[in-house]
Design a protein around this ligand. Structure first.
Ligand SMILES: Nc1ncnc2c1ncn2[C@@H]1O[C@H](COP(=O)(O)OP(=O)(O)OP(=O)(O)O)[C@@H](O)[C@H]1O
Ligand SMILES: [Mg+2]
Length: 239
């Protein structure tokens, strides 16, 4: 069953000076889906997320979100519209408490009442963050910092979350826990574009997957099909 497209990339190219990181990629994310973007180091996954969220300028092509062309919009406006990027690495701010880190995430939200309500929702979702609300965010464990990074994104009230390697650097048990968090957020109605090193888990979670290779989409398909595709198994899933 095809769901309504909420995010669409069309012929998207971008780079850094003379480095062509993305060479005309097409990608779609349906409302309510989890779509995963896989690829080796340097393939262009982070660049793709950055172009979508307005952190890197597209050289050509289009990004459409909820039917609007957002290719030239700035990152702030895009976040305000409900497209929120959780960057690679946790970016927890040292010297600020967990609560302050979360409140910083809500900079796009004007209403004090809504900010308060979102904070309560994040605390309900991640009770450990409530327990540690007044501790310095940088003193949390790696897994807790990832929850904080995701919690900060949730403060915007996202329609779609772009997650860049949320399980990076975490112990296997926490990798699984992070993926369960992603699943739960999705079940609660958030659409997700997931970049993940652990292709096996990502393809278990996702509805659809894309494989990026040197800035080009090499393969795409329903996650279940990609999981049994010999080329994917060999390149990304091991034995
Ligand atoms: N700020 C930058 N300046 C110059 N080149 C960059 C910059 N960021 C990325 N690149 C280059 O762009 C290409 C794509 O990088 P990108 O970070 O998007 O890859 P990635 O798929 O996210 O890799 P990884 O799995 O290692 O995170 C690479 O060749 C990289 O070296
Ligand atoms: Mg990356």
């Amino acid at each position: 069953m095809a769901s309504e497209t909420v995010l669409e990339l069309e012929g998207l190219s971008a780079g850094y000076g003379r480095i062509e990181a993305l060479k005309g990629i097409d990608l779609k994310v349906g409302r309510g889906q989890i779509v995963t973007l896989l690829g080796a180091n340097g393939a262009g996954k982070t660049t793709t997320l950055k172009v979508i969220s307005g952190l890197v300028r597209a050289q050509s092509g289009k990004v459409r979100f909820a039917g609007d062309d957002i290719t030239q919009m700035d990152a702030h406006t895009i976040a305000q519209a409900g497209l929120v990027h959780v960057p690679e690495g946790r970016h927890v701010l040292k010297g600020l408490s967990v609560r302050e880190n979360l409140e910083l995430g809500a900079y796009t939200v004007k209403s004090v009442a809504v900010r308060k309500q979102r904070l309560e929702e994040v605390f309900a979702q991640f009770p450990i963050l409530k327990t540690r609300a007044n501790s310095d965010g940088s003193l949390l464990s790696g897994g807790e910092q990832q929850m904080l990074a995701i919690g900060r994104a949730l403060m915007h009230g996202p329609k779609i979350l772009l997650l860049d390697e949320p399980s990076m650097g975490l112990a296997p048990k926490l990798v699984l826990e992070t993926m369960l968090i992603v699943k739960r957020l999705n079940e609660a109605g958030t659409t997700i574009l997931l970049v993940e090193q652990n292709a096996r888990l990502a393809l278990k979670l996702a509805n659809f997957g894309y494989v990026l290779e040197n800035g080009v989409i090499r393969l795409s398909g329903p996650a279940a099909e990609l999981r049994s595709n010999p080329a994917i198994v060999q390149a990304y899933l091991g034995t």
